[in-house]
Design a binder for this molecule. Structure first.
Ligand SMILES: Cc1ncc(COP(=O)(O)O)c(C=O)c1O
Length: 588
């Protein structure tokens, strides 16, 4: 801790970026009701002020759950992929925990009551320490960042956008006042749809395997330098997913981050970094890809490094090995980082947190006070108790044979994250290996000859690639580019129809593969009409681990069969008005 203090006080404070706050955000005062909470918590205080129901009226007397040990991923598996050992971890939340220490008082009387907008104190304190000392131990501004709990990243983003953008109305406002947000050219559409209805410009930046491009045509510098002010203000906000980007799977190296950050400083841009997949970084991808494609043809090795070697260690080899956040180079305090438990515990938790400079977190706190107030007490207390359960609860001591009711603690949490990463790493390997091995198909004639040639139809055998992809270095997705140019029916149907037909064909028996069409991730009409049609996104997360290979084989078999078709007559649905994005469907 002394070392941390010393490190942080030698830095300058974050910049005052309050000129970026929206007008509503500037106007917000603290919630009067919430302001009284600090006194509620004083021992002996008789509260006749707040409308707080007494805990004896809560119908729950205890919450209990059987849960995984943090070592679950390292344990031997049954044939169904489940751990052979029974769950031995028991989480019990009592009605009242007899302590006045609010950081140790994990019980229903506090968790199911109205709480503070920062989050449930024991959990928020754990997360604050985790974020500041372990995930991002080297944030370069004085005193380091603050955190606030959210109901997941979607909620975090909505609040950050509310804090940092002014809505624009074309019937009332000057075009010169229209604000804009930068996105990767293929993006998580929930994020785009958080911004778009506010009347803001959605501005896209080119992406390669190394994430958002800083330079070159369509790169960040190009977009900002050549900004056309007739469209509105130059964007002052960026939304980016830098690890296992959804949908492209790209990962932004530290070197690329520095280039982007420098541009954001030059043009005074705030970066919202949304990282649900951050823990899922796959050091083995490069090695496996190199086996198939040769060393020179694969992406740089981002791993096998200790990213904190120059400063403070996270205290864990696993965390030190992860490509660091934009926060690690955020000298100005212009990074707002979104984290979530959706991919590390479960999406239905609706729990996450924001990490940013204190002044930005304070404004988001004000938004929280009058919107969600706090994440659900049920969820916060179950997660808090899983991680922090104190020894001595009679119920837990009885049930938990080896640990006497202790929580996972930080060590267990990091062990869980590392095990989860290993499990996804096996999945990415299984899916990519099958796709890699099945990439080509032998077709009997080149496209132009398919219908017109009088040659013997078996006289020319061609081996052509059906698709291309990069092995993802992180995340849950494989971004597959369809090589429609090799399809024998290209000249008859055209590129877009070939790709649409493939999507429908894969849905059919015997393949039954539901993939996500690239058009679902196109933030603008120009990209939607441009090249988005040639991509599909495959996700290796939703199925049981031992089904990944089989499902991937179905995909390859479907592609093979599709490249052998004589025509698309049997694909009745070949009407792209029923493509998911045209029906307003979305994919997370
Ligand atoms: C980039 C990105 N951000 C956010 C989310 C949703 O996160 P949460 O469940 O925490 O709202 C997803 C889910 O797929 C995602 O891919």
């Amino acid at each position: 801790m002394a070392q941390q203090q010393e490190f942080r006080t030698t830095q300058r404070p974050p910049l005052d970026l309050s000129h970026h706050f929206s007008q509503t955000t500037k106007n917000r005062l603290s919630s009067n009701v919430k302001g009284l909470y600090k006194w509620f918590q004083l021992p002996g205080m008789q509260n006749v002020a707040g409308g707080l129901p007494h805990e004896s009226y809560f119908p729950y007397d205890t919450l209990e759950a059987a849960a995984a040990r943090p070592s679950r991923f390292d344990e031997p598996k049954s044939s169904k992929g489940k751990s052979n050992k029974p769950a031995e971890w028991h989480v019990t939340v009592p009605k009242i925990q007899d302590t006045t220490d609010i950081l140790k008082k994990i019980d229903l009387s506090t968790a199911l009551q109205y709480g503070t907008a920062e989050g449930y104190p024991p959990l928020a304190t754990f997360i604050r320490k985790f974020a500041r000392d372990h995930l991002h131990p080297n944030v370069p501004y004085a005193e380091g960042p603050e955190i606030i709990m959210t109901c997941g990243s979607t909620d975090g983003l909505a609040k950050a956008v509310e804090a940092l953008t002014n809505p624009w109305n074309k019937t009332k406002d000057w075009i010169r006042d229209k604000e804009g947000v930068l996105f990767e050219e293929f993006a998580y559409m929930n994020a785009v749809q958080t911004v778009e209805p506010r009347g803001l410009n959605v501005v896209t930046v080119g992406v390669d395997a190394d994430g958002m491009r800083a330079s070159g045509p369509g790169g960040l510098a190009d977009v900002l330098e050549n900004w056309d002010f007739s469209k509105g203000k130059r964007p002052h906000l960026m939304y980016t997913v830098t690890l296992g980007q959804n949908p492209t799977g790209s990962t932004t190296s530290i070197e690329r981050r520095k280039e982007i950050y420098t541009l954001c400083q030059r043009y005074d841009i705030i970066i919202i970094e949304d990282e649900p997949y951050w823990n899922l970084q796959f050091p083995s991808s490069r090695k496996h890809a190199a086996k198939y494609r040769g060393e020179a043809a694969v992406q740089a090795d981002l791993f096998n490094r200790n990213y904190n070697a120059h400063g403070r260690s996270s205290g864990y080899e696993f965390l030190d090995s992860l490509v660091p956040s934009f926060l690690s180079i955020d000298v100005d305090g212009r990074v707002v980082r979104l984290d979530t438990f959706s991919k590390t515990i479960a999406p239905g938790c609706r729990l996450g947190w924001i990490t940013a400079q204190p002044a930005i977190v304070e404004r988001i706190l004000r938004i929280t006070e009058v919107s969600t107030q706090q994440p659900s007490g049920f969820v916060q207390v179950m997660v808090a108790q899983l991680l922090l359960q104190q020894q001595g609860s009679p119920a837990t001591a009885r049930k938990s044979a080896d640990k006497e009711g202790l929580g996972w603690t930080l060590d267990g949490w990091v062990q869980w994250l590392a095990g989860l990463r290993d499990a996804y790493e096996r999945r990415v390997h299984d899916m990519c290996s099958v796709l890699e091995e099945g990439r080509t198909v032998a077709i009997d004639r080149p496209a132009a000859h398919r219908r017109s040639s009088s040659l013997d139809s078996w006289s020319v055998i061609n081996k052509v690639p059906m698709y291309e992809f990069d092995w993802p270095l992180a995340g849950m997705f494989l971004w597959v580019k369809i090589r429609y140019d090799t399809h024998p029916l290209l000249e008859i149907y055209g590129a877009e129809k070939v790709c649409t037909a493939l999507w429908f064909f894969l849905l059919k028996k015997p393949f039954l593969i539901l993939s996500a069409p690239g058009t679902m991730f196109a933030p603008t009409e120009a990209i939607r009409r441009g090249r988005a049609f040639q991509y599909i996104r495959l996700c290796f997360a939703p199925m049981a681990e031992d089904a990944v290979t089989d499902i991937s084989q179905h995909f390859v078999a479907g592609c093979r069969a599709f490249w052998q078709l004589e025509n698309f007559d049997d694909i009745e649905e070949l009407d792209d008005s029923v493509m998911p994005e045209k029906m307003g469907l979305q994919m997370c």
